[in-house]
Design a protein. Structure first.
Ligand code: SF4
Lengths: 105, 174, 552
């Protein structure tokens, strides 16, 4: 059971135009904030993410497209340290860190 | 497939023929290196003109006996990263004195044509979707080069030499 | 310094225009990412974890103050107000937007700079001794031949799509400060028995997955022949280097597979064919380039310089800084200052735009407007009067760059690692920061003496860990950051490759492990003048293994 949950995935890439790390949302857009990523937990869902990624790559919207693992839970939290750093910025420059949640205005 | 040179599309009379297909009398045919080696006598007497397609790492000694009689050499780039083609081109031109058409085929992009031209290539076999306008723009990107190469464009070094022998100021312009 | 003429300006301007077009075609979708990638790489543009990274070339590590000001302006305008100086004497910006790159390149071109060939499978930016032109031990200024190579290698028609990247380094002195034997080609300027100046040529060195110390393939090459000889080496490599496996595509593998003798034979067979082609520079052109590197107008100063001697006597901290950070100058009364970009706990090689501006100002006031970059990720003010060293030291203190640690245990090389780099397995910078804090005490550092720690975040070895007296390599162990230790590497004229000492350490244990290695050295050294590397070479790995892993 825990096994199945571990397979939750999100879709990430970098925007072609400016290189910003972005995540594919439930609304089918790309957000800079990892917590807005759409979490897919079934094989079909994950397959859907891959297809959306391939389409956005082919349309020259994003590059370096990857489906990555997230920790089970409501908010999308990347499982691997590499992706944690991608989501929130270099660990050695706290001043440059990117919020994982869209800042409220 | 289309054939272009630095100015755009060309009319091309060459046809590739398979390993067993007879060479049509009087036609301009491109054959494999193996066939050229085995059948050069009959090929050169039957066909109107003979060309060969080779890989970018072809052993030039294999080609040498035929160079004077070949009408085209087509060199295939395995991928756009296959830079052996540049050395092969220069060697054919500069060391072996090959003078007829030298054609590149493969996955090169317009931006590489400039380098191919400098290394002695004269024509390019490209897919239907190849952006010929970009090619024309790309080959015009540079007006001067630091190096001398097969195309005999004067190098920056030579231009500097001419400048200073005319008594033009040397050094900075900035 | 070399100054562009109209031809150099034309090439640079046309390059900016060409790359701008390529960016436009990419954004319009005419070029796919697969097609664009090699093009952007040839312009030093990578996609990293957070954004694009642009690597700007600093040919042979030489900068004018005007250029340093421009690099600072670019950091502020196009990046997040800082830059990172690298082991290849370049500067990297970490937060670049693709659609702004054309404007950025145009600004660089305005100060005779570019990002040409700072990546990609082509001949990369040439590196050289940071003390070129000022070191007393040099046969000839290595910047002359470096500039000649820069021009020759720029958009080379035949060698722009090599099997793999290609790096050339030059030293003008027997003391190798450019790690030439870890390069694809290492050039040492030498004098033969007849007193003529020429080049010793090493080929096939490198770091990465397969570290190799380059063998010498020619002990003396006449100066005028350098370009034809390079062309012969490159042609053999371009034709016969492996292209089927990127891990085997560097020239070091070709040299190893053929054997240095057979490789040399092939180069020497190719060379006479190339010599008549006109690639060698005419003497007039060589002289034209050489003239730019003529020594600046130094003052005649008698040593000892009283105020300098006095300042050292009065201020121990200053004296200590002089002992590590000031290199002897060939002109009496001058010194070459290494500015430590390794403040305790800082990020090795990083400088903010404010710091860069301050350094450019210092260069204008005190160093004949010149700055150098070292492959150890520090900066150099090459021409400072001894009478002004004290003032320079004080000003450096104001910007946080006055640490007296050059060549010591906290003068750590660290690649960007997993904080920035898309290829990384583990972070490098935090390890460097923790080590730096652990060894912060200056008395202790000076007691430990010369010791180079070099950290890479993956096997690509941008942090030169193979050449570190203590090398640290980040690896991924089941999703965790782990660090392996190598000992006994050296990047100088006694080049050697560090040997893996045993199993790796977790992130929280690596600093303690290095501390143990250092303590072991202190315990076994024959005297305080026996350096870490000498002691290691004398006793080997055994005592270090024992202190790290216990008796087996
Ligand atoms: S060594 Fe690896 S992690 Fe470090 S900068 Fe190079 S590629 Fe990136």
């Amino acid at each position: 059971m825990a096994q199945a949950k571990l397979e939750s995935k999100i879709l990430t890439a970098n925007r072609l135009r400016d290189g910003e790390t972005v995540y594919y949302t439930a609304a089918g857009a790309w957000s800079p904030y990892v917590t807005e990523a759409r979490v897919a937990s079934t094989p079909d869902d994950i397959d859907g993410l891959s297809k959306s990624g391939a389409a956005a790559y082919a349309a020259n919207i994003v590059v370096d497209v990857n489906v990555i693992a997230v920790v089970p839970g409501r908010d999308a939290k990347p499982a691997h340290i590499r992706e944690v750093i991608r989501a929130s910025g270099p660990t050695v420059r706290a001043d440059l860190n990117k919020p994982v949640v869209r800042p409220q205005r | 497939m289309a054939v272009v040179d630095r100015n755009g599309p060309l009319k091309d009379a060459w046809t590739r023929i398979g390993e067993d297909a007879p060479a049509p009398k009087g036609a301009s045919v491109i054959v494999s290196l193996a066939r050229l080696k085995n059948e050069h006598n009959s090929l050169f007497s039957a066909a109107g003109a003979v060309g060969v397609e080779v890989a970018s790492d072809v052993d030039l000694a294999d080609l040498e006996p035929f160079l004077a009689r070949l009408g085209v050499i087509v060199v295939r780039m395995a991928t756009m990263r296959d830079g052996r083609v540049f050395s092969t081109g220069r060697l054919l031109r500069e060391r072996y004195g090959y003078a007829a058409d030298l054609r590149a085929v493969g996955d090169f992009i317009p931006d590489q044509v400039l380098f191919l031209l400098r290394c002695g290539f004269t024509s390019f076999e490209v897919g239907e979707k190849f952006p010929v306008e970009s090619l024309k723009q790309s080959v015009a990107a540079y007006s001067v080069w630091y190096q001398k190469a097969t195309d005999r464009a004067k190098s920056v070094v030579e231009l500097r030499g001419e400048n200073s022998s005319r008594g033009a100021p040397k050094g900075s312009s900035s | 310094m070399y100054i562009y003429d109209t031809f150099d300006h034309t090439v640079t301007r046309e390059r900016v225009a060409e790359f701008s077009q390529q960016v436009k075609r990419r954004l319009a979708g005419e070029l796919s990412e697969d097609q664009f990638r090699p093009l952007r790489l040839m312009n030093g543009l990578y996609l990293q974890l957070h954004a694009y990274m642009l690597r700007v070339a600093i040919p042979y590590g030489t900068l004018s103050s005007v250029q340093v000001h421009k690099l600072a302006d670019i950091a502020r305008k196009y990046d997040r107000d800082y830059g990172h100086f690298t082991t290849r004497q370049n500067i990297q910006y970490n937060w670049i937007k693709l659609d702004q790159v054309p404007d950025l390149l145009a600004e660089l071109a305005s100060v005779e700079m570019h990002a040409n060939q700072t990546s990609g499978n082509c001949i990369r930016n040439v590196t050289a001794d940071q003390f070129a032109g000022v070191a007393g031990d040099e046969v000839e200024d290595p910047r002359i031949v470096s500039e000649i190579i820069r021009q020759w290698s720029t958009f080379h028609p035949e060698f722009s799509f090599l099997p793999r990247k290609f790096k050339i380094a030059v030293t003008g002195a027997p003391k190798d400060r450019a790690a030439i034997q870890f390069h694809d080609i290492g050039i040492q300027i030498v004098r033969n028995s007849a007193g003529e100046v020429g080049y010793a040529v090493y080929v096939g060195g490198g770091m990465g997955r397969t570290p190799v110390v380059a063998p010498l393939i020619r002990a003396f090459l006449p100066k005028a022949e350098i370009l034809s000889y390079l062309e012969a080496i490159l042609r053999v490599y371009n034709r016969y280097g492996r292209r089927d496996n990127i891990y085997k595509a560097r020239i070091k593998i070709l040299v190893r597979d053929l054997g240095p003798a057979e490789f040399t034979r092939q180069v020497e067979a190719e060379w006479p064919e190339i010599r008549p082609s006109g690639v060698n520079l005419p003497a007039a052109e060589e002289a034209r380039i050489e003239a730019f590197f003529a020594p600046p107008a130094y003052e005649k100063i008698a040593e000892p310089v009283a105020s300098f001697v006095e300042a050292k006597a009065k201020d121990r901290a200053f004296a200590r800084w002089v002992s590590t950070n000031v290199h002897p100058h060939k002109i009496p009364g001058y010194g070459a200052v290494t500015i430590s970009l390794k403040p305790i706990g800082g990020i090795p090689g990083d400088a903010s735009s404010a710091q860069m501006h301050a350094i450019a100002d210092l260069a204008d006031t005190f160093s004949l407007s010149e700055v150098r970059v070292t492959h150890v990720q520090n900066l150099v003010l090459p021409n400072v009067k001894q009478s002004e060293l004290f003032a320079v030291w004080q000003r450096l203190g104001e910007i946080g760059f006055a640490d007296a640690n050059i060549g010591l245990v906290t003068d750590i090389i660290a690649c960007p690692g997993l904080d920035y780099c898309a290829l990384a397995n583990a972070r490098s910078i935090p390890v460097a920061q923790q080590l730096s804090k652990r060894f912060a005490d200056l008395d202790r550092q000076h007691n430990i003496g010369p010791l180079q720690i070099k950290i890479s975040g993956c096997i690509n070895a941008c942090g030169h860990h193979h050449a570190g007296h203590i090398g640290i390599l980040g690896v991924d162990k089941a999703g965790q950051e782990f660090y392996q230790i190598t000992l006994g590497g050296a990047g100088d004229e006694t080049a050697s490759i560090g040997q893996l000492i045993g199993p790796g350490f977790a992130g929280e244990d690596i600093v303690g492990a290095v501390d143990k290695v250092v303590a072991t050295y202190i315990a076994i050294r024959s005297s305080t003048s026996e350096t870490f590397i000498d002691a290691y070479r004398r006793v080997g790995a055994a005592p270090f293994k024992e202190s790290l892993y216990g008796r087996r």
